[in-house]
Design a protein around this ligand. Structure first.
Ligand SMILES: Nc1ncnc2c1ncn2[C@@H]1O[C@H](COP(=O)(O)OP(=O)(O)O)[C@@H](O)[C@H]1O
Ligand SMILES: [Mg+2]
Length: 252
């Protein structure tokens, strides 16, 4: 598809002979939220791991801005505009909330080309600038009062919010969100969803893995249902919700 930001074709990944991805293909368009649903073990997280270079695909390609991500190292992929969250969050628990966000700036596109984009007089100036940026992100997302607390002291819901804020801090055009609202209270779910919902208005795209079907159906433009490493159903939230194959899987 010509308006695809990410074009994934035929990705395959096996673990001990079991195919976690079995010729998986899909595309993500600019400024859309694509929902990715499916039972545990369907291969959803593996897809993120392959796209972000944490795992190598055994075949196929994932084209992002003319670059095939397959075979690229994770740090390079992070710098060309793809950011992710993890199911297990991976915050640095001893560091403050603010420092966790500031560390995520390392992955901003152009950060390595700092001289081109910003003419830092010195590292102190850059630090002050980043601190201000991080504080304003924390203010926008309602975490400012926790800025100096260790990340490990936050509630689980707040940690999930922080992990999303860190992902936003990377200023990526494509965000891969792995179960961002699983296991948290309704009020925090709403706060997190309202941040995700705004991404397309900023021209950003996301793939949202989530078991909370109501959340997926509410905020996604399109939805893919996958099982055993392959796409089973794809369409609008309405179409996928009414697909007998999806209904059957969720009634099991
Ligand atoms: N690092 C790994 N080593 C071995 N097996 C793995 C690894 N990652 C995932 N798998 C296996 O691949 C399959 C897909 O897992 P995963 O992508 O985590 O599914 P999902 O995120 O949809 O629940 C499962 O059978 C899982 O056990
Ligand atoms: Mg998973």
């Amino acid at each position: 598809m010509s308006d695809g930001l990410l074009e994934i074709e035929d990705l395959t990944k096996s673990f001990d002979g079991v195919k976690a991805l079995d010729g998986f293909s899909c595309s993500v368009r600019k400024a859309e939220i694509l929902g990715l649903i499916g039972p545990n073990g369907a291969g959803k997280t593996t897809l993120f791991n392959v796209i972000t270079g944490f795992l190598a695909s055994e075949g196929g390609k994932a084209m992002f801005r003319g670059i095939n991500l397959v075979g690229q190292p994770a740090h390079r992929i992070a710098r060309i505009g793809i950011a992710r969250t993890f199911q297990d969050l991976r915050l640095i628990r001893q560091l403050s909330v603010l420092d966790n966000v500031m560390l995520s700036f390392r992955n901003q596109p152009g950060e390595r080309l700092g001289n081109l984009f910003f003419r830092w007089k010195n590292t102190r100036e850059r630090e002050v600038f980043h601190r201000k940026q991080a504080m304003s992100l924390l203010e926008e997302t309602g975490l400012a009062e926790k800025a100096s607390d260790p990340a490990g002291d936050l509630s689980y819901g707040q940690q999930k919010l922080l992990s999303l804020v860190c992902c936003l801090a990377a200023k990526a055009d494509l965000l891969l969100l792995d179960e961002p609202v699983a296991g948290i209270a309704p009020e925090m779910i709403e706060r997190i969803l309202s941040i995700i919902r705004k991404l397309p208005t900023e021209g950003k795209s996301a793939i949202l893995i989530e078991h909370n079907l109501d959340a997926v159906m509410e905020i996604c433009n399109r939805v893919i249902f996958m099982d055993a490493g392959a796409k089973v159903s794809e369409g609008t939230p309405e179409e996928v919700r009414n697909d007998p194959k999806v209904i059957e899987a969720y009634l099991d």
